[in-house]
Design a protein around this ligand. Structure first.
Ligand code: PMP
Length: 322
């Protein structure tokens, strides 16, 4: 779908996958004026295809658009774009249980000019790719690298938007994490409080059964899985605290047994147990310990809803075809 200042949104079309033609002066190439979303489609046992809380992704794309001075796509046009994609690619078949179709809607500023200002022309696209498990080892606990040298976002920056620039900032620390044998980076704010991982939000289970997750600070991505986990946990009567949590609280909590489980969550990774936190000169946790009970049961509940194996009490699932 195209957008210009004069016409608004126009020319929605479905076309075969292929390269884009961009002017070398297209502003996205120079100033990173780009936003995106990540959402999955799940094929249920009866062959129908569903997605999870698409209005939330559509609303987040609008918030990202506002921050990046891009046009806001109406949420119903966002959901319709997912439907059109599934209609065009309807023969997609899951290759194994719990594989899904990862959908990547994105918007770029593609007006050609060299001055620094927001563009007057933008394009919105949707592409997709079948997705298996996010981590090579499956749902086994993973190791996380604490990045103290690099931040992902700062106060007043674009941390709460889903824009390419945030990920550009996280690629080097991510590379360092891999080199240290870790699968993700943990980012802190400038005062040492926990923000999130490179592509996931983080939760802690305390010994008293309380669930804690960093409060949204304006520089943390408002994960849709995060919000869903909070809801599912509260439905079970679990107390969920959204509050600031210092990285020292993580280290000390694991060492003292005050924190009994740590997990990460996101559309791609669903719910993934964190076994260990490592950084320069320290490591806490035990990677060989089994995944936590609450972690795995929340994961099971969420995937059961997504794959249509249990009722969906919050009406989160939206049918895309079949
Ligand atoms: N934080 C970051 C930085 C992410 O990229 C993602 C993935 N979109 C998340 C958190 C989790 O968000 P969601 O649950 O909406 O996928």
């Amino acid at each position: 779908i195209q957008w210009s200042v004069d016409k608004g949104w126009y020319d929605a079309e479905v076309r075969p996958y292929g390269p884009l033609q961009l002017d070398p002066a297209a502003s996205v190439l120079h100033y990173g004026q780009e936003i995106f979303e990540g959402i999955k489609a799940y094929r249920h046992a009866d062959g129908s295809v569903w997605t999870f809380r698409p209005e939330s992704n559509g609303a987040r794309l609008q918030r990202s658009a506002r921050r990046l001075a891009l046009p806001e796509l109406p949420v119903d046009a966002f959901v319709e774009s997912l439907r059109q994609l599934i209609a065009a690619d309807g023969d997609w078949v899951p290759s194994a249980p719990e594989t899904s179709l990862y959908i990547r809607p994105f918007m770029i500023a593609d007006e050609a000019f060299l001055g620094v200002r927001s563009a007057q022309h933008a394009s919105y696209y949707v592409i997709a790719s079948p997705a298996g498990p996010y981590f090579a080892k499956g749902v086994a606990p993973v190791s996380i690298w604490l990045s103290t040298e690099y931040a992902r976002a700062g106060k007043g920056g674009t941390g709460a938007a889903k824009c390419g620039g945030n990920y550009a900032a996280s690629l080097l620390p991510q590379k360092i994490a891999y080199a240290q044998g870790c699968s993700q980076v943990l980012f802190l704010d400038n005062d040492g409080y926990i923000e999130e991982l490179g592509g996931m939000n983080v939760f802690f289970v305390q010994r008293d059964g309380t669930l804690v997750t960093p409060a949204l600070s304006g520089s943390i991505l408002e994960g849709i899985t995060r919000e869903s986990i909070i809801r599912l946990a509260r439905d079970r009567g679990i107390t969920v605290e959204e509050r600031r949590m210092h990285v020292e609280d993580w280290k000390n909590g694991v060492a003292s047994g005050e924190i009994t489980e740590v997990f990460a969550c996101g559309t791609a990774a669903v719910v993934t147990p964190i076994g260990e936190l490592k950084g320069e000169g320290f490591a806490v946790g035990d990677l060989s310990a089994p995944a936590g009970e609450l972690t795995m049961s929340l994961r099971q509940e969420l995937t059961d809803i997504q794959y249509g194996r249990r009722p969906d009490p919050h009406g989160w699932m939206v049918k895309l075809s079949g």
